[in-house]
Design a protein around this ligand. Sequence first.
Ligand SMILES: [Fe+2]
Ligand SMILES: [Fe+2]
Length: 137
Amino acid sequence: MDNGLTVWSAEFENGVIWQDMQHRELVQAIHKLYKAIASRQPEEVVQKIVAFLYDYTKNHFEMEEKYMEEFQYPDTMIHVQQHRDFIAMLDNFEKERIDSKTLANLSLCFDLNEWTLSHIKNEDQKFAKYLIDEGGA
Ligand SMILES: [Fe+2]
Ligand SMILES: [Fe+2]
């Protein structure tokens, strides 16, 4: 992709079906957000995608954390902290967006994408492996 965003591919799948589906959708939404900003879509369009992202990540993180608790995942703390870091990044993105700093928005959106894929490839895959081993998937 010419905008340099990392795109979804099989290497990000971890074998837990609901997680893979949600991750894919999450990354898709971030890409959509990036494109909306880059093509200077009206504010309502961008706002709608951001609202979706807040909602979707909230549900997604809650679901992962529920399974962590249920299966007593030993690395829960570091994982949950990373989820909070994502929300902080999104908050920061929103703050910048409201200040109408388009270029900052783009680079923050880029970072959101790379952060998310890195989280999926590292912490989420580690957790998924645990979940599969423990019979939770
Ligand atoms: Fe995840
Ligand atoms: Fe996660």
